[in-house]
Design a protein around this ligand. Structure first.
Ligand SMILES: NC(=O)c1ccc[n+]([C@@H]2O[C@H](COP(=O)([O-])OP(=O)(O)OC[C@H]3O[C@@H](n4cnc5c(N)ncnc54)[C@H](OP(=O)(O)O)[C@@H]3O)[C@@H](O)[C@H]2O)c1
Length: 325
């Protein structure tokens, strides 16, 4: 038996219960991982509250990201062995002392990446990798608006986009968060709880507006985010921290300047093994070179997962949050 955090009934953070579970031996194509660190992500809360249905039914073990060492290998697995250091983003079940995953969803960790860093960056960092390279190609001179710039995805995106030569504008919930975002390469910050962020974007860009808006907030920043875009700009709605955007009339994209809108998710961008490996490699290279640092600003014990969710949803966290068994 190993310790795990499970959800028996959808609800708030209190729905996370700490209990023991049995972990079977790995089947064909699977590996068993002894968990060293677990990533905490908003998607964990979406599953917990039932916004996303659990593909394994109820109850389920929470969590979609962790790092650890391979403790057993199923038949047919040839490229991983017991003792290998790995990380993964994948099926539910990460909030546990040990778990099974399909071997083809794991990536080997380079020696210079710690388990804690890996748990703080695989989901968020690979998301940033595709957002700035594939969803919209950020480069020298691109003007980016990043909402929640001091958050987990936010601090990584600010650094990465700055490294690519972009001008980064970030919205943040407090002055302390503004300082943090600035230290991570955000050129201009907007306190969007107090300031009209559209007016501030107009002012900062002298009316030219942004090429791309990365919006993980959803309900409360829509449709204002569209008003931050130049004609033919890209609205990238990649999350719903404040709730999902309601159905809208697509003609709004025409009236606001023939805009493009997309709702991407990491799963699609790394569905093919070669994309997963290439995306992870670029992330490891950026972190290895020092171009991107992974701020793991909150560490909780696995048994305190409910507190980690409460803080994340209460806007009390910055950078990445991890759980350790
Ligand atoms: N599509 C994908 O592939 C993908 C992958 C990873 C993450 N995501 C999404 O990216 C977003 C950020 O994820 P994260 O893990 O890095 O979280 P996070 O940014 O660390 O936390 C969310 C932040 O959103 C801001 N926020 C604004 N309104 C909020 C509200 N009503 N409730 C809670 N937070 C609110 C808060 O920052 P302020 O206090 O500064 O406002 C909060 O700290 C989430 O929407 C997540 O679902 C998407």
């Amino acid at each position: 038996m190993v310790a795990a955090v499970r959800v028996h009934k959808h609800g708030g953070p209190e729905a996370l219960t700490y209990e023991d579970v049995e972990v079977a031996a790995p089947g064909p194509g699977q590996i068993k991982i002894k968990t060293h660190a677990v990533g905490v992500n908003f998607i964990d809360a979406y599953f917990r509250m039932g916004m996303y249905p659990s593909p394994v039914g109820m109850p389920f073990t929470a969590g979609n990201e962790s790092a650890g060492e391979v403790s057993a290998v199923g038949s047919g697995v040839t490229d991983l062995k017991v003792g290998d250091r790995v990380a993964f983003v994948g099926p539910l079940g990460a909030y546990a002392g040990e778990r099974l995953i399909p071997a083809d969803r794991a990536v080997k960790l380079p020696g210079n990446i710690s388990y804690e860093q890996a748990a703080g960056m695989m989901l968020k960092g690979m998301t940033v990798q595709y957002l700035v390279n594939r969803t919209y190609k950020v480069g020298k001179g691109t003007v980016v608006l990043m909402h929640a710039a001091a958050g987990g995805v936010g601090l990584i995106l600010c650094q990465w986009a700055n490294h690519l030569g972009a001008t980064v504008i970030g919205t943040v919930g407090s002055k302390e968060k503004a300082e943090l975002a600035k230290k991570s390469g955000c050129h201009h910050t907007i306190l969007y709880r107090d300031e009209d962020f559209v007016a501030r974007v107009k002012e900062i860009t002298s009316g030219k507006l942004c090429d791309v808006v990365y919006d993980g907030i959803g309900k409360t920043t829509f449709p204002a985010s569209l008003d931050c875009l130049r004609a033919l700009g890209y609205f990238v709605s990649f999350g719903s921290a404040s709730g999902q955007i309601d159905a809208f009339n697509i003609n709004i994209l025409q009236t606001k300047g023939s805009l493009f809108a997309t709702r991407p998710t990491l799963n699609n961008y790394v569905a093919k093994r070669e994309d997963l490996v290439a995306t992870a490699k670029d992330l490891f290279d950026k972190v290895g070179s020092g171009a991107v640092k992974i701020p793991v600003n909150q560490t909780f014990k696995l048994k305190d997962a409910a507190k980690a969710h409460k803080d994340m949803e209460g806007r009390d966290t910055t950078g990445s949050t991890i759980l350790v068994p």
